[in-house]
Design a protein around this ligand. Sequence first.
Ligand SMILES: Cc1ncc(COP(=O)(O)O)c(C=O)c1O
Length: 297
Amino acid sequence: MASVPFDQLDGFIWMNGEFVKWADAKIHVLTHGLHYASAVFEGERAYGGEIFKLGEHTDRLLESGRILGFKIPYTAEQINDACRELLKKQGFQDAYVRPIAWRGSEQMGVSAQNSRINLAIAIWQWPSYFDPAQKLKGIRLDIAEYRRPDPRTIPSKAKAAGLYMICTISKHAAEAKGYADAMMLDWRGQVAEATGANIFFVKDGKIHTPKPDCFLDGITRRTVIGLAKDRGLEVNERAIMPEELEGFEQCFLTGTAAEVTPVSEIGPYRFEVGEISKSLMEAYSAAVQPKHAIAAE
Ligand SMILES: Cc1ncc(COP(=O)(O)O)c(C=O)c1O
């Protein structure tokens, strides 16, 4: 990843309907979103000049805002057009797309009924979320101290900034011990996900993955389940207890940033980078390519 700080990259950021020079896309320190985490965002990837599953990401962004009690003041079509236009303006074929909506500076305090809802979109080049060499060998995960909260305590279906506080704490703690990331349990003690990706396991040729009832049902997760089923693989979405990790042969993560990333270790448990993980990695790489690129081959 570039060592240039993110506020000093080149190009433009789409901000409240306008293309603003990257360095000028600023907000005031008294912004509700900064103090009270009243912000929702998306993470998308463009491949070959097209944003994969853009419509689904935009719908989730609008829904996340609705769950936090605000209406993003643009239609799905306007947001999709802005993402596509910005991708062209930035001149990238393969890139990461980050729309974010937040409550502005009009009111400070827990209540901010009259605050403006802002929307910005930034696009930058982010080739691999995990170290590419490690990715091929399988990454190493720690087991996080914090758990994914009960959906009765926080709106877990929203991709909301506040839900990432425990993810950053957990990822930092894992990195400090030499791990790439951390696996989080949920409030019941069941296996949940990694700090920014969903988790899958393989045993006896069958796939097992936790039911997304208190964490994000990732768009990549759903895509990979579809790809696995297309290949005749059985996919079991169910409660998984951490003790079961002992018996699983393969493990991989899925996410827009992480794509399909094999896992070799979780705490005391070991996994191989096996055929099913590798075939789904390849299937996902093919699935994200724009349809016109495949048709032209
Ligand atoms: C906490 C968390 N879980 C799961 C995912 C995977 O979601 P998606 O596949 O929609 O990117 C992400 C990625 O944004 C995430 O941050």
